[in-house]
Design a protein around this ligand. Structure first.
Ligand code: HEC
Ligand code: HEC
Ligand code: HEC
Ligand code: HEC
Length: 232
C-alpha cells in the first residue's frame, strides 16, 4: 500500500512534459528544475516514510493502555445485551475450543492454522506487563469476558489466540446439531460477523486491511487469508 504511493510520487517528480521547447538556451534551466524536483521528491519521501510509521507499535500499545478500553466483551457488543443475556442464561452456548471444530471441519481447521489470528497472542506477550490486561486480552483471545471463554493464561490457556469461536461465537450448540445453524455469529448473520471484525480492527488497530468487505470474503474459504493471496 505504502510502496504504491511512493512509486506514484516518483513518477510525478519527473514529468516528461517539462522537456525544453525553447532551444538549447533553456537546457541548464531544465537541469536546475530537474535537480530541484529531485530534491523536493527526496524531501517528500523522507516526510512520507516516517509519517506512515508515526503510529508505531509501541505508540499504539501506549495509546491503547491510556485509552482505558471499556469494550471488554465482543459477543455482548456484537449481538446486543438482550440476546446475550438470553443466550447465556439458556446455557446452550459454550465455548468448545478449536479441536472440536476440527472434528467436522478439517479443511477449515488446516487452512486456519496458517491464519495470523491463530498465532497472534505472542504479540501481546512482547509486552509482559500486559499479559493480564483486559484491555488487550479482549482482542487477542477467544471469548474474553464471556463465561467459559478466555479469562487468564493460567486458567484458560487453551483459549488464547483468536480461534474459530473468537469470530463465530460459542459453538457447543452448533456442534451438537451437526448441521447448519446454532451459532450466534454464523453464516446466516454476515452483519454480525462484520461487526465482530470491526470490534477488533479499530482505527487504532487498522493495519490488517483497508476494505472490510474484501477481507470478509477472504475468510469464507478454507485457506487462510494469506494463503489466498489476500495481501494488500
Ligand atoms: C459434529 C460436526 C460439527 C462440528 C463439531 C462443528 N461443525 Fe460446523 N458445521 C457442521 C455441518 C454439518 C455444517 C453444515 C455444512 C453444510 O451445510 O455445508 C456446519 C456448518 C458450519 C458453518 C456454516 C453454517 C453456519 O451455521 O454458520 C460454520 C460457520 C461452522 N460450521 C462453524 C463451526 C465451528 C466454529 C465449530 C467449532 C466450535 C464447528 N463448526 C463444529 C458440522 C459441525
Ligand atoms: C477477537 C479479535 C479479532 C476479530 C474478531 C477479528 N480479528 Fe482479524 N486480527 C486480529 C488480530 C489480533 C490480528 C493480528 C494477528 C497478528 O498479526 O499476529 C488480526 C489479523 C487480521 C488480518 C491479517 C492477517 C495476516 O495474515 O496478516 C486480517 C486480513 C484480518 N485480521 C481480518 C479480519 C476479518 C475480515 C475479521 C472478521 C471476519 C476479523 N479479522 C476478525 C483480531 C481479530
Ligand atoms: C477472523 C474470523 C474468522 C475465524 C477466526 C474463523 N472464521 Fe469461519 N468464517 C468467517 C467468515 C467471515 C465467514 C463467512 C461468513 C459469511 O459468508 O457470512 C466464515 C465462514 C465459515 C464457514 C462456512 C463457509 C462456507 O462458505 O460454507 C465455516 C464452515 C467456518 N467459517 C468454519 C470455521 C472454522 C472451523 C474456524 C476455525 C478453524 C473458523 N471458521 C475461523 C470468519 C472466521
Ligand atoms: C480493539 C482490539 C485490540 C485491542 C484492545 C488491542 N489490540 Fe493489539 N492488535 C489488534 C489488532 C486487530 C492487531 C492487528 C492489526 C494491526 O496491527 O493494526 C493488533 C496488533 C498488535 C500488535 C502487533 C503490532 C504491529 O505493529 O505488528 C501488538 C504488539 C499488539 N497488538 C499488542 C497489544 C497490546 C499490548 C494491547 C493492550 C495494551 C493491545 N494490543 C490491545 C487489536 C487490539
Amino acid at each position: 500500500m505504502g510502496s504504491k504511493e511512493i512509486s506514484d510520487l516518483q513518477y510525478c517528480s519527473y514529468p516528461s512534459n517539462q522537456r525544453s521547447t525553447k532551444g538549447s538556451n533553456s537546457r541548464p534551466q531544465f537541469r536546475q528544475v530537474l535537480l530541484a524536483l529531485s530534491i523536493a521528491s527526496v524531501v517528500v519521501l523522507m516526510l512520507l516514510v516516517p509519517a506512515a510509521d508515526v503510529f508505531s507499535e509501541i505508540d499504539r500499545v501506549k495509546s491503547e493502555r491510556n485509552s482505558k478500553n471499556t469494550k471488554l466483551n465482543l459477543l455482548k457488543d456484537v449481538i446486543g445485551e438482550e440476546e446475550y443475556e438470553k443466550a447465556m442464561s439458556s446455557k446452550k452456548y459454550r465455548f468448545t475450543g478449536n479441536n472440536k471444530c476440527r472434528m467436522c471441519h478439517r479443511a477449515f481447521f488446516l487452512g486456519r492454522k496458517k491464519d495470523a489470528h491463530a498465532h497472534n497472542f505472542r504479540k501481546v506477550m512482547k509486552y509482559p506487563e500486559d499479559k493480564n490486561n483486559p484491555g488487550c486480552l479482549v482482542c487477542h483471545t477467544t471469548g474474553y469476558g464471556v463465561p467459559g471463554g478466555f479469562s487468564s493464561l493460567s486458567k484458560t490457556p487453551k483459549f488464547r489466540e483468536v480461534q474459530c469461536e473468537g469470530c463465530h461465537g460459542p459453538g457447543s450448540l452448533h456442534a451438537e446439531m451437526d448441521s447448519k445453524g446454532g451459532l450466534l455469529i454464523g453464516q446466516d448473520r454476515p452483519e454480525r460477523m462484520k461487526k465482530a471484525c470491526s470490534f477488533c480492527h479499530t482505527k487504532r488497530w487498522n493495519k490488517s486491511f483497508t476494505n472490510l468487505d474484501k477481507a470478509f470474503k477472504a475468510y469464507k474459504n478454507a485457506e487462510s487469508s494469506r494463503a489466498q493471496g489476500y495481501i494488500e
